[in-house]
Design a protein around this ligand. Structure first.
Ligand code: NAD
Length: 360
């Protein structure tokens, strides 16, 4: 059966890193007979320049029709002065909302070979492999009413609404339990149920969903403790699930545990399993066009895509093993190279992953 992947290179280093990731995708496609067809479209700043919109209609239509989307990054200084609705980031946000990508999966993996890159002690983080599942389309970032108003006594106040419905909690919980089943079967739900009613309901619903996953060991943690535990002993976690705002903060904290922004992938999924896969970093305009960007976050995003949207776990494993292999060989792009290590180019890193793939 044919599967379709829409490739959106975007801006800055996007085209460079996506070129390597698609070479890897093509290689596993041929090797594992996956029947994946790819096509490319414009999003972000390049789409503004070519078509006057960060998310042209034909890109959105192609995204809707695809089983999965591989995105590089969007944005750059040349578009910074545009008004909010016309900025490159709107392309990304438009894809997320139009495809209803409510589940954001952010792994934080620290390959033992790169343990020195973290600001934490190597023994605390070496071999770290956790997954944060963040609800992406609800919670306080979208709750109504919201705004800034002047009270009758003349005092101004700002307000937001933190709201989650039972179905919203249930669907993100299921994504997290499903992900835990594909990993080490431990799930920690993060809330603030000692203070916020919305998360009392969150906890109740997560517990209810847990009955359908008897093999997953479920625990609960308040968000303040979770933040502490993430920097104290992050390896205690397997999968964490939480709402939009807590997930925003905790996933960035977890990313920094690894110290290598060029290594981290992400996925955003909807209820039909369709997903958008992208590195967590931006378009890195400071190094764009130089051929020095690290393509590994995008290559690992392809592995996530194969696992979560294209049901090709063996191909995903092969890519992840190949990445570990090139790190073992000592290959490093500039962002992850130590002071005594000679950095390799984006293309050379892609070549090395392809060579490692063909060895396995
Ligand atoms: P950034 O992630 O692009 O860059 C931060 C730093 O990390 C830079 O020094 C950059 O050179 C480095 N870096 C990032 N990715 C790298 C890689 N693969 N290899 C080597 N080094 C890498 O963040 P920023 O500088 O704050 O933002 C730059 C632009 O990207 C802005 O226009 C911003 O809006 C946009 N942005 C886009 C996304 C996205 O598309 N998802 C996310 C974040 C930022």
């Amino acid at each position: 059966m044919t599967k379709s992947v829409l490739v959106l290179p975007g801006d800055g280093i996007g085209p460079e890193i996506v070129a390597e990731a698609t070479r890897v995708l093509d290689a596993v496609n041929a090797r594992f007979g996956l029947g994946i067809e790819t096509r490319e479209a414009l999003v972000g700043g390049v789409a503004i320049d070519a078509e006057g919109s960060p998310l042209p209609d034909d890109t959105l239509a192609a995204a809707r029709a695809a089983d999965a989307i591989l995105l590089g990054a969007v944005g750059g200084p040349q578009w910074d002065d545009l008004e909010m609705a016309q900025r490159p980031e709107k392309g990304l946000l438009g894809l997320r909302s139009n495809l209803n990508l409510f589940a954001n999966l952010r792994p934080a993996i620290l390959y033992p070979q790169l343990a020195g890159a973290s600001t934490l002690k190597p023994e605390v983080v070496s071999g770290l492999d956790i997954l944060i599942v963040r609800e992406l389309t609800g919670g306080i970032y979208f709750g109504e009413p919201r705004g800034i108003r002047t009270r009758d006594d003349g005092v101004r106040e700002g307000f937001n609404t933190y709201v989650y419905s039972e179905p919203e909690i249930e669907r993100i919980a299921r994504v997290a339990f499903d992900a835990a089943m594909k990993r080490n079967r431990r799930l920690c739900s993060v809330d603030k149920a000692n203070v916020l009613e919305v998360t009392v309901l969150w906890r109740e619903v997560v517990k209810r969903v847990a009955r359908d996953y008897p093999e997953v060991e479920l625990s609960h943690m308040y968000v303040d403790n979770a933040a502490m535990q993430l920097v104290r002993a992050p390896k205690q976690f397997d999968v964490l699930v939480t709402g939009n705002m807590f997930g925003d903060i905790l996933s960035d904290c977890a990313a920094m545990l690894t110290g290598s922004i060029g290594m981290l992938p992400s996925a955003s999924l909807n209820e039909s399993g369709q997903g958008m896969y992208e590195p967590i970093h931006g378009s890195a305009p400071d190094i764009a066009g130089q051929g020095v960007a690290n393509p590994l976050a995008t290559i690992i995003s392809v592995a996530m895509m194969l696992r979560y949207s294209l049901q090709a776990p063996a191909a995903a494993d092969a890519i992840e093993r190949a990445v570990a292999d090139v790190l073992d060989q000592g290959l490093r792009t500039a962002d992850i190279a130590g002071p005594d290590e000679q950095p390799v180019s984006t293309r050379a890193m892609g070549d090395a992953v392809l060579a490692a793939l063909s060895r396995h």
